[in-house]
Design a protein around this ligand. Sequence first.
Ligand SMILES: Cc1ncc(COP(=O)(O)O)c(C=O)c1O
Length: 393
Amino acid sequence: MADSWKTRTKLVHEGSRRSQYGEMAEAIFLTQGFAYDSAEQAEARFLQSGPDEFIYARYGNPTTRMFEDRIAALEGTEDAFATASGMAAVNGALTSLLKAGDHVVSSRALFGSCLYILEEVLTRYGVRVTFVDGADLDQWRAAVTPGTKAVFFESMSNPTLELVDISGVSEIAHAAGALVIVDNVFATPIFSRAVDQGADVVVYSTTKHIDGQGRALGGVICGTQHFVRKVAEPYLKHTGAAMSPFTAWIMLNGMATLDLRCRAMADSALTIAKALQGHPKVPRLIYPGLPSHPQHDLAMRQMGSGGTMVAFDVAGGKEAAFRFMNALEIAKISNNLGDAKTIATHPATTTHQRLPQDQKDALGITPGLIRLSVGLEDADDLIADLMRGLDAA
Ligand SMILES: Cc1ncc(COP(=O)(O)O)c(C=O)c1O
């Protein structure tokens, strides 16, 4: 790797390992294990593996390693561990670190499965969890104490696109000696420099923008070599969270176009948000890239963009939202995001269905709310599609 490489160059070349054949494309090492020249070599490798030595695909694999090196370089962290899904990454980062009696502070506005880990899994093992309104630094100040082991938040929340001030929360957490773990999925590694802003550990569902074409589940934990190899890896490798080499190959290919795709999707998201603004059937529009968004300044400071997601209420509640979705011809009704194909999601009945009504109310997950993941189609076609949906609503 060349330290001076800029993002797009890293996304294409970083971490490549070539076999003796000099293949152009990254090779898929579809193998569970590796043969040793001798019993002594096997013994030595189990004792201490070198940087280009592998033992078993659950521990590491050359294709997976290429992906880990590439994403660590992009993120600006010393190392990374690739996992089978985004949730394996979130769970691995938290569970590998915490033990009974530890205290975690987390923002309340979280993806349902992240909330499940904090509310149901960690508490079952005696971890104390305090939830705060992530946008309110005073609540973080009040909740983080000298005994707090970690703070966790989505830098841009799912589905209402609420931003958490990474620098502000990191300052509070670090003053108390707590580790800052950020789920950066919605913000994307292109727009959010979470580590530069103070995060210690950054996790992604690579299922989203990094694959970018809705093909494979994956995740990754990025952090210091100490955190990745000494804290997270022992837990991940023994509990079977590893990403498959085939998935790593898909993710490597996704990364080559990640910057171009995220920027094109964010440009379209802004165009769409402007087209929806003031529409009589859209009483609430959430896009941090619009100056009218209450966190617009933070979004520009933290991401330099409003991102690739738009959320809005369709007037008339659930029935109108369903009529809107059912009339769409280009955007698909689904629940992934960051895909080349535009996706419309109704969080209240799908991704966030599990939440009790009072939590939905607190998080702004209204019956009319639509979460739109803007894809790579022509923005004019997408606007025509959305207008068709709103006419039908
Ligand atoms: C913010 C956030 N974190 C984590 C995940 C989980 O990712 P995966 O589905 O790859 O496990 C998601 C999935 O939607 C998400 O939106």
